[in-house]
Design a protein around this ligand. Sequence first.
Ligand code: GDP
Length: 295
Amino acid sequence: MFDALKERLDGVFGKLKGKGKLTEGDVQEALREVRRALLEADVNYKVVKGLVENIRRRAMERSVLDSITPGQQVVAVVYEELMDLMGSEPKPLTISPKPPTLMMMVGLQGGGKTTSTVKLAKRLSKGHKPLVVACDLRRPAAVDQLRVLAESAGVGFYGPEKGESDVLNVIDGALRYARDRLMDVILFDTAGRLTVDDEMMAELDAMKARIAPHEILLVVDAMTGQEAVSVSEAFHSRMDLTGVVLSKVDGDARGGAALAVLATTGVPIKFAGVGEGIDALEVFDAKRMAERIMG
Ligand code: GDP
């Protein structure tokens, strides 16, 4: 991720550092190139606009042009802005001191929710006894998919009884099932739809009220770029997300979704999906990423 962005910024910064005195025109030109590089990395234009304005303001405040090393000062300002945006340490998952820890996995259909649920459960099975719960009553295929993945990963599975029509019963059943087996982390794989629709959101609201989850994690496909941003905003405004799992990062060389989701929602990206395999999940370290972009 971010390789092209890094290369472009390296070019811009190389030119700046190479110059002695900078004119205002040099700085304008550099900022234009930073802007272009971010847009090419598929970062949402509103985010780019905000970022570039902040860089310009900081540069003015510090009168970088009058400094002895103006090029380096401009680079430092860009670095600081990126760090402000991405620089927080990885946010660990909340594990309730009083088990079970309850997690809702939400997101659009096809975004990688079911896969990520099992990936996360597998990761948590070092030290915990997780249970994944299929909550999509409209798509039996989704229930089967979770069951098969859970079996292959060796984590516990709970699904709806045949003919069950109320998802709240599934929740209650899962809580009992986990209690009887001393399972201490429960991940609810909620029903996804193709778009953010009211029916889905209403169901998620009802589930949230019943579960009182410690984590609500949105799984969003990094390859959808701009759409990842609007989907994150829609879910966050309704559900108060505690984190994002950015899936399919392996296919998103540009990395724009990560930057833009962070900038627009402020919700920490906790994990990144880096492949189809059940172990292909990494802790997302935005700070390290920003450091890498800036070399
Ligand atoms: P859901 O409808 O949101 O539950 O999505 P799925 O979990 O069924 O995932 C949809 C497709 O994306 C499947 O083919 C997954 O194998 C694939 N997928 C999920 N996460 C990743 C990832 O991190 N990288 C890649 N390359 N593929 C992924």
